[in-house]
Every structure is written in C-alpha cells, then in structure tokens.
Design a protein around this ligand. Structure first.
Ligand code: HEM
Length: 474
C-alpha cells in the first residue's frame, strides 16, 4: 500500500448493497449477528469492501498485508479518532471521552505516544505475573458460590469475576467495594448511554432528558470522587504499593523526569478499569460456551488440570505445563474476539490492493472476520484448540496455527502495533488462571440451545446471556 497516485476508484463490485436496499430477511440476519453478517459479505466481496456507514462509507479490510499496514507499518497515517467522522453529530465519541478522559484508549497522536511510553513498563510480563496467584484466588472464591446442579447466569458470573480481578489488581479492593458497586450502577451492561453512543440507531437517546442519562452523570461523578480519593490516599503513602494505581503513581519519563498528574492518573485508572473487565469477561464466557458444546476439548482440559494441579490452585509456575488450557483460551479468542472491530481514520488518501481510499475514510479491521478466513484457518468455523499445540498425533489441525507461512496478522485478538492492547499479557494470564481454577473444580453444562444472537456494541457477547449448570468435579 502506498500514498495515492493513479489508482482507480473502488469498483462497484466491491460495494455491497446499501443498507437501505438490504432485504428484510437480511436485515434481520444483520441485526441478530453483525459480525457474522459482515463475514458473509467478505466472502462475497473480498478483502476490501465499502459499506455504508452513517452519511458516508466505511472500508472493511481483511487482507493481512493491508491490516499490517493500517495498524502497524503505516499506523501514523491512521488515527484512532474515527468516532469523530462516524455517523451522528460531530461530538460522536464524547460519552466515551467523558468516561475515559484522555486515557490510552481515547487519546491519539503525540500525547498517546508519550503516555504509552510512560505506562508500558507497568505492564511488563514479569510485574504482571505477580498478580497470577490473586487471579486464581479470586476465581476460586467466586466459584465457591456456585451451587452444584443449580442453573447459573454464567455471563453475569464471568462479568463479576473479571470486575473483581481488575478492581483487586488496580486498586487492591474487592467486589463489595464502593468502586465496584458504583461502576455497576453508572455503566449498566444492558443499554445506557455508553452503549447508545456506539449505535447509530440509538444514539439520539443521549440527547433526551432520560433517567438513564441522569444516572450516568451522577454515577460518573461518584466514580470520579472515589478515584481521586484513592489517588490522594496513595500519594499519602497508604496501601502496600503493590496495586497498579500505586505503580502508576511512580512512573517517570526517563528524559524529563515528568510524572502523571492527578487528572492523568484518574484517566488512565478509569481506562484500565473499563478496558480490563468487559473484554476479559466476554472471553471467558465464550470459552465456556465453546467448551460446553465440545465434550472432547472439555475432557482434555479436565485431564490436563487433574494431572498438573490435582487438588491445588494453579500457580504462575504451572503455566508452561497448562498448554491445553492456554490453547482453549487462545482458540476462543480466535472464534469470538471480544474486541471484534478496530476502527481508524485515514489521515491521508491511500491505495490498498489497487483501490483508492479517500482521505478521512473510516477504516475497519475486524479480528472476527480475519480469524474466520478459510485461507489461513482450515475448518475455520471449528473450535479446535489443537491448532495451538504442536503434536504428531496425525490430526492435520494440530499445530496448524503455529506453522510457518501463516501471516501474523491473521490472528489479532489483542490488536497489534502502537495501539496493541497494553493489557495483553495480563488478560492472557488472567484467562488461563481463571479457566484452570474454575474447571479444576467444576464442569459446566449448557442449558438450552446455544445463543444465536450477539451484542456487538462495545464487546462481543452472547445476547440474552448464557445459562449453565455447574456440576462439581471435586
Ligand atoms: C481478553 C481480554 C482483552 C482483549 C481481547 C483486549 C483487546 C484489545 C484490543 C484489540 C485493543 C486494541 C484496540 C485498537 O487497536 O483499536 C486493546 C486496547 C487496550 N486494552 Fe485490551 N483487551 C483485553 C484485556 C485488557 C485488559 C485486562 C486491560 C487492562 C488491564 C486492557 C487494556 C487496554 C488498553 C489500555 C488499551 C488501549 C491501548 C492503546 O491504545 O495504547 N485490555 N485491547
């Protein structure tokens, strides 16, 4: 991909029918499962397609080389402030910015680069591994509340688990803390201003005097008050200095000696809190949904946990031996990447695969679509953790994901490049420790047919929840 010169306009063949002309049957399919609908369009229209997006077009790219260029090699030519050119008024994105301020997710350009440089060391793999044992402990305490044979709202349980893990590591507080309960009330999981903002259809609700909008404002003020209080306490030196907030307080620019001020600390803490629980809870929910429908994979998981752990909780030193557990989580992220779409804005016009893409266009890279491309993923729709495990067991899928020749950008659940998930090691370890802890003691049996619809506004989640029956193993 180069800066534009003589390049043709996108030919009509790559342009799916405008939404207005989509048949009612398709519209139903689209709203039930947007990622699957777009994957179908990719099969029809190829690795670059132009879809209507509000009053303009968005370009969905799924060719790994183009993806590599957009999010890594030429990333400076693609801003992350795409919300500002999306459908709706110019302030699209403002609700998210009101919550996250100028934290890592919402900032851009030089400011983002500076903050990222400062914060990156906090997420160093070695430091993060210090949290491994608390992940196991929190998961164990959560699972002690399950009742043998009693139906469980599993999606809700995973949400609470991930929220508990992030509040413990960030602030050293539990799920009964003010911060956790204020987060639940201020940002409800179903509906509410944060979700409306992501939807061109529901966005108008933000501008109406609704109780939900008032509750959101009140909630945000309350979370802010709690965050500033915790920052002040850390500055005064209370706490053991091990939580992420305490560590953020100490980061310092190597050249200028600059540190984060209170507002920056508030924005980054809020960003980590929000970015760090819904994604992880989605990943665990999907992992168990897949295990529920794949008895062979589940049995192999239980066998590994019995052999490696027996009667004890997992420790970080067990991770290299929990290969199947890791593969289950990794494969679940392939089929159901919670951050299923990454959005950028083209700062300049450019060409990709011979197509002209105008300046200011919205570019979308969907890990969901890329991860299901049969060109890189044989039996792409099949849940097959063995792809991630090298073995000479004769199964052609074994070790396939790690084989040479598969483009790096055919798997990107954590994104890549300068905006790659800063919490990727945290999230992977949290996921594997949670899977190991929960499945060591419990087996989960799905209730009813698998969810056919998804919500895909902020993260990818089964719509209508996921019901499971826990059965005690030991
Ligand atoms: C399975 C769990 C997770 C998944 C799938 C995930 C996925 C992602 C993806 C795809 C991005 C890049 C977005 C883009 O390029 O536009 C991202 C960014 C980010 N994630 Fe995660 N994430 C997860 C967990 C976490 C956790 C646990 C934390 C923090 C504790 C976290 C913090 C962040 C932050 C701060 C960013 C913004 C980074 C930047 O732009 O510099 N994430 N995440």
């Amino acid at each position: 991909m180069t800066d534009v010169q003589p390049a043709p306009d996108i030919p009509a063949a790559t342009e799916p029918v405008p939404i207005g002309k989509v048949r009612i049957r398709d519209l139903r399919k689209m709203t039930a499962h947007v990622p699957r609908f777009l994957t179908g369009l990719r099969e029809e229209y190829g690795p670059i397609m132009r879809v209507p997006f509000g009053n303009q077009y968005a370009f969905i790219v799924s060719d790994p080389d183009v993806v590599q260029d957009v999010i890594i090699a030429s990333s400076r030519k693609f801003d992350k402030d795409a919300q500002k050119v999306g459908p709706g008024p110019d302030d699209w994105g403002s609700t998210l910015e009101r919550v996250l301020g100028k934290g890592l997710v919402t900032s851009a350009g030089d400011y983002h680069r500076k903050q990222r440089r400062l914060i990156q060391p906090v997420f160093h793999r070695q430091r993060i591994s210090g949290y491994g044992e608390s992940f196991a402990k929190i998961a164990s305490e959560a699972s002690d509340k399950f009742s043998d044979g009693k139906q469980l709202d599993f999606q809700e349980a995973m949400y609470e688990l991930a929220l508990g893990m992030v509040t413990r590591t960030l602030f050293d507080v539990s799920l009964d803390s003010d911060v956790a309960s204020t987060i639940r009330t201020a940002f409800p999981r179903k509906g509410g201003p944060l979700r409306w903002e992501m939807s061109p259809i529901w966005k108008f609700l933000l501008y109406l005097p609704l109780p939900a909008n008032r509750q959101f404002k009140r909630g945000l003020r309350n979370v802010d008050a709690i965050l500033y209080k915790m920052i002040e306490e850390r500055r005064r030196g209370s706490g053991d200095g091990e939580d992420l907030l305490s560590v953020l307080l100490t980061v310092q620019d190597g050249d200028t000696g600059e540190k984060l001020d209170d507002k920056e600390l508030r924005d980054e803490a809020m960003t980590l809190l929000m970015a760090g629980h819904e994604t992880s809870s989605g990943a665990l929910t999907w992992a168990y949904y897949l295990l529920g429908t794949n008895p062979e994979a589940r049995e192999r998981l239980h066998a590994e946990l019995d052999e490696v752990l027996g009667d004890r909780l997992p420790e970080v030193s067990d991770l290299p031996r929990l290969k199947w557990t890791d593969a289950v989580f990794t494969e679940a992220l392939r089929l159901y990447p919670p951050a299923w779409i990454l959005v950028r804005r083209a700062v300049t016009e450019f060409t990709a695969l011979g197509y002209h893409i105008p300046k200011n266009s919205v570019i979308m890279v969907s890990p969901y679509i890329v991860h299901r491309d049969p060109q890189w993923w044989p039996e792409a729709e099949r849940f097959a953790p063995q792809r991630w495990v090298d073995s000479d067991d004769g199964d052609p899928l074994s070790g396939n994901a790690t084989a040479p020749g598969r483009p790096k950008m055919s798997y990107l659940p954590y994104g890549a490049g300068p905006r790659q998930c800063i919490g990727n090691s945290f999230a992977q370890m949290e996921g594997v420790m949670a899977l190991a802890t929960l499945s060591r003691k419990w087996e989960f049996e799905p209730v009813g047919p698998p969810p056919a619809r998804v919500t895909s506004d902020i993260t990818l989640q089964p719509r209508g929840g996921l019901q499971m029956i826990p059965r005690r193993r030991r």
